[in-house]
Ligand binder design. Structure first.
Ligand code: BGC
Length: 334
């Protein structure tokens, strides 16, 4: 009887010992792995860790660049982080690049918005051994390893030529640009100005900036209509400018008397083209920029030769092109 009790006591003791050991091992493992830095865990699962830093995180245009980058990242086992300012802000943008470099990512894709602020930072990052590719906006004098995006000067030039054709060479134009100080916006405006400068019937009568905000673009369009009643055409040089201008024109002016040239083909821009409020827009390839940037970064890291400047396609879209071109765009995104 006595020995039966002691066997039972041994069994219970052994079971308790095994259970407590398992619990200790389980939680011990959890604590250890929890404290591992993300990078170590990521390295196990991913080949590389890249960061894409846009000038405005939740901007619909940039979401397309992100989509392209994520598609390429998924195909190549790349951990892709998409981080940056909630609303366009140069200091936040620069800080995000700095922080990404400090956390020793394998590659940074970002815009080269101005030579003064972005070039020295890009150079420091590249000198530290982290490759940088500029996307959408180039800092051509920096040590970035490559640029992929629109030829911004040419896109502005193309817009100017299209406006001349559509207005029969007679227009008083107001330009609303994303920023007076950012490389790509300056190049688009310069291209446009050069395209129209020898046209005697085209006059640029006002230039304002929107800080890439649609609300600000609408405010500026309203003010321009008040102070320059002679305006017959607008050119909005960033993705939400044309949309902001169209809102105001529909409210306060007869759309038949105003010509609007926008930038990009976001769904709202297309809706305004269908309604006839926006007559034309410059179409860029944001999905392709993101997709190709990730592939180029991999090539650079692997020591393969890449083209230093890759210009993605740009074209003018008008109402008559809508069905055909939209179809092509959908195919490009798939
Ligand atoms: C530009 C982007 C910009 C966006 C703003 C696009 O046309 O290419 O650089 O951030 O407009 O909405």
């Amino acid at each position: 009887m006595g020995s039966r009790w002691s066997v039972l006591a041994y069994v219970v003791g052994a079971v308790c010992f095994v259970i407590s050991c398992s619990i200790a091992v389980f939680y011990g493992y959890k604590v250890l792995t929890h404290q591992l830095p993300i990078e170590n865990k990521a390295q196990a699962k991913y080949q590389y860790h890249f960061v894409l830093v846009p000038e405005e995180l939740d901007n619909e245009y940039w979401r397309l660049v992100e989509k392209g980058a994520r598609a390429a990242a998924m195909q190549n086992h790349v951990l892709l982080e998409y981080v940056g300012p909630e609303q366009a802000n140069i200091d936040d943008h620069l800080k995000t690049i700095q922080m990404s470099a400090a956390s020793k990512v394998d590659g940074i894709m970002t815009q080269g918005l101005s030579d003064q602020q972005f070039t020295p930072l890009i150079n420091r990052v590249v000198e530290k051994g982290i490759p940088v590719i500029t996307v959408d906006t180039d800092a051509a004098n920096s040590k970035r390893l490559a640029y992929i995006g629109t030829d911004n000067y040419f896109s502005g030039y193309m817009a100017g030529k299209a406006l001349i054709a559509d207005t029969n060479g007679k227009a008083n134009v107001a330009i609303i640009t994303g920023s007076f100080y950012k490389n790509h916006q300056q190049q688009r405006v310069k291209g446009f100005e050069d395209a129209v400068k020898s046209e005697p019937g085209i006059h640029i009568v006002a230039e304002e900036e929107s800080n890439i905000s649609r609300v600000r673009a609408a405010e500026k369009a309203y003010q321009i209509l008040q102070s320059h009643p002679e305006v017959t055409a607008f050119f909005g040089t960033s993705a939400l400018d044309g949309i902001g201008i169209a809102e105001v024109v529909e409210k306060y002016k007869s759309k038949d008397h105003l010509y609007i040239m926008g930038f990009d083909n976001l769904p709202e821009t297309i809706a305004y083209i269908r309604k006839g409020t926006i007559q034309a827009t410059v179409v860029q390839q944001p999905f392709q920029m993101g997709y190709d940037a990730v592939n180029m970064m991999i090539d650079i890291i692997k020591g393969r030769e890449v083209q230093t400047v890759v210009h993605t396609n740009t074209r003018i879209m008008r109402a008559k092109d809508l069905t055909k071109l939209q179809q092509e765009d959908l195919e490009g995104v798939r």
